[in-house]
Design a protein around this ligand. Sequence first.
Ligand SMILES: *Cc1c(COP(=O)(O)O)cnc(C)c1O
Length: 424
Amino acid sequence: MTDPLSRTHAIALDAADPLRPLRNEFLIPRHNNNEQVYFCGNSLGLQPRGARAHVLQVLDKWAHEAVEGHFTGQAQWLTYHELVREPLARVVGALPSEVVAMNSLTANLHLMMVSFYRPTRERPAIIIEAGAFPSDRHAVESQIRFHGFDPATDLIELQPDREDGTFSREGLAKAFAQHGSRAALVLWPGIQYRTGQAFDLRHIARMAHAEGAVAGFDLAHAVGNVAVDLHDSQADFAVWCHYKYMNAGPGAVAGCFVHERHARTSRPRFAGWWGHQQETRFQMGPEFVPTPGADGWQLSNPPVLALAPLLASLELFDKAGGIDALRTKSLKLTGFLEALIQARVADTLQVVTPSDPAQRGCQLSLRVVGGRERGRELFEYLAAVGTLGDWREPDVIRISPAPLYNKFMDAYRFVEEVESWRGV
Ligand SMILES: *Cc1c(COP(=O)(O)O)cnc(C)c1O
């Protein structure tokens, strides 16, 4: 039996990894003639090799068929967004009719709030986590103002009850009980971007519903990372982007989920012709009849060129055997990284992300002991040697080993580099 924290063992883990061939399906950036150790899948996932072919296929179709491209062949543009629907539904654990790829994350969040944030005088508030991603905070704050309410009283930002900046179940339950009766909407992250804490969607949705509030989720850091089981969670809606763990490229077309029970809702919505009933869309009538399900929130005909890389990426999720197979590897990979950090560089890096694997995805947020200056120094050293994480003010380095393309040796090399920096 080899030492479970040795280089030999890291190599053995890679050799035994059934998902190892998937790494070859990605373009790994180079650093001084070596492959970079890339841990920024939480920010921009790597490019699937198939992305270029899918984009070229659209360009070629446009070149040869021009407007006819809308109506010919399996990848016709008229229904192109439907090609991503089923594989995407598998990744997020939803019915195909509950998901749609459209717009961008923040735009989808606004569209969802138009329908699902309906404040009243008695119940005007939105609950989010303190320190939420700025775009989410801007979105909810502006929605509260848009409805004539006051963010000073009606934007409720829950403070983490644990010292490390994470939430306990009891802390959350207490906060929901305290504020729930004033809340029209709870908007909660699947995984908090700064701490990496993962939440049980079903638990959050149940608490929100028990208080009479709508449960919406921002899954930017959760989709493609952990199983979110959206349908069973009973969430009312969810939004996410596809450029992080979904590897669909910078500014990729985003995702949106509306639970089946709202498929034929009479709630208000901001409408566009692509949300109109498909069978009668081209009769070009003046009256809006929404297509049932998530598709009914579409505004415009989809940006086909931008959808093409998403199609390439989704093929790899299926090839991996789905999100559960990826998660199985991810638990081992992040567990290996954490064990190495604890054993070898615990005097330099303190793990902020919960140690319970059920409360995290692949990301570990690492606080550098000794403060911001030292943290920046380490971060810059790591980047200079080709080990790329990302920096979050004031003193956190985020390291996200993505199970689709990271190896156990990547985790090993990271810890080795931290050691050599410390040794200098
Ligand atoms: C990445 C991320 C965003 C980014 O929003 P875009 O509309 O895609 O620019 C928003 N919210 C969260 C929580 C994120 O992690």
